[in-house]
Design a protein around this ligand. Sequence first.
Ligand code: FAD
Length: 426
Amino acid sequence: MLNKRQVIVVGSGPAGASAAFYLATNGVDVLMVDKETWPRDKVCGDSQAQNFVSKVYKDMGIYEEVQKVCGYGIRKAFYGGVKEDPAMFDFGGDLSNSFLLQRRIIDDMLRRGAMRVGADFLENFEVTEVIRERGFAKGIRGIYGGKLVELRADAVILANGSHNNLGKPFGIMHLDPELVYIAARGYFRNVRGAEPGCFEEHLVFPEMYPSGYFWSFLLRDDIANVGVFISEKSLIKSNCRLEDYITRWRDTTRIGGERLGESELIGEIKGWRLTTSREVRDDIYGNGILAVGDAGGHINCHSGGGFEFALQSGYAAGMTLPDLLKKGDVSREALRAFYELDAQLINPFMKINTAVHDKVSCDPEIYERFIAFAKEMPDYPNFDQYTAYCMFMMVEQDVDLTEECGIDLVAMNQQQANYEQLPSKL
Ligand SMILES: Cc1cc2nc3c(=O)[nH]c(=O)nc-3n(C[C@H](O)[C@H](O)[C@H](O)COP(=O)(O)OP(=O)(O)OC[C@H]3O[C@@H](n4cnc5c(N)ncnc54)[C@H](O)[C@@H]3O)c2cc1C
């Protein structure tokens, strides 16, 4: 273990692995450290959706392997409100860019992908502090092999997930309590009515608004990932535990009863927090330091999805830092290049989810109107839920998506389609 590196990445989940992969691809000497023993589990719904995910899998050379081990791609979505009369969107047979795969498996593939191109890795290394000298991040201190160890670097990337406190001395990420969510998941056998390749969200109890829901995603081998997502504020107010919510869904609702009535829980229900955002934030970089993935709030506040954004923000770090390191300038001013690429990649999708959070899933009555509206749309059910959300906002609520929400749908679709063309090498 050399004690001076160009870049140290704290955390080797999808955000850290993606950053390390693109840095190493571009000739940077990079070390990832993670406090866990790998492969490690990650509490998640296990869905990995959208085109950027397949871009990274292809760049890393793991796309075929993922397809082999992945049970089902996502091709349908089932969305219901308090009346439990859901809309089913069937957006077709393209399984190539969305996956349902346990995080224990996919995260390890990503970590190994980064190591194959030269990123170094240390597990069981818990970072306790980022070294700060004259206002700049200069490395890390942490516990490794029972000892306090210090490693120096020209820049530090925080990819340590949603419990990130390491960036505080650098002014990184002051949390907005309105946007902190909590979610829990369990693996269940014998879940009835869950379809292969179908993404389900049920916003069934009034206190789940805005944007709380139950999900049920069928993975391979008859096992489903079932969970609940709710704002921390609502959860505290309800005085319930997340496990109680899952039991209540099973015992008091039609769809919950069908999914879980005869199911068997495998292992435990586990919860985790989600530091969601309304857009890419300007407080995720400082002198010699930047935050990617959950550590930088890259989770959308409507669905809680953050896997794709983790990969995107890692890419933004990996594609901007090499030049800055060459120039010897990693000041906050210079690192704005990271923020700009990050925002350019992610913001259109963050903004659309924020609009849904504010204008569609904000209230049970509005959400029911959305479901009814979607079912009346021409071509129903052959489009995706985002098409339905946007049509509902434009037609039913008279929302100008561009003016009010900064969303350019044409540019957004173009951007999705062009991801594969983005370079992986500078
Ligand atoms: C219940 C739940 C369900 C979800 N479902 C979905 C979903 O279906 N689809 C989706 O897209 N997103 C989902 N998300 C969000 C998604 O899990 C995250 O956005 C994603 O994991 C972010 O990746 P990351 O690399 O930033 O962080 P993580 O995956 O959390 O990785 C952080 C890593 O940092 C390490 N670490 C932490 N602290 C330290 C330290 N001090 N020193 C060293 N290492 C450290 C950890 O061990 C970990 O390996 C869900 C989240 C939750 C909680």
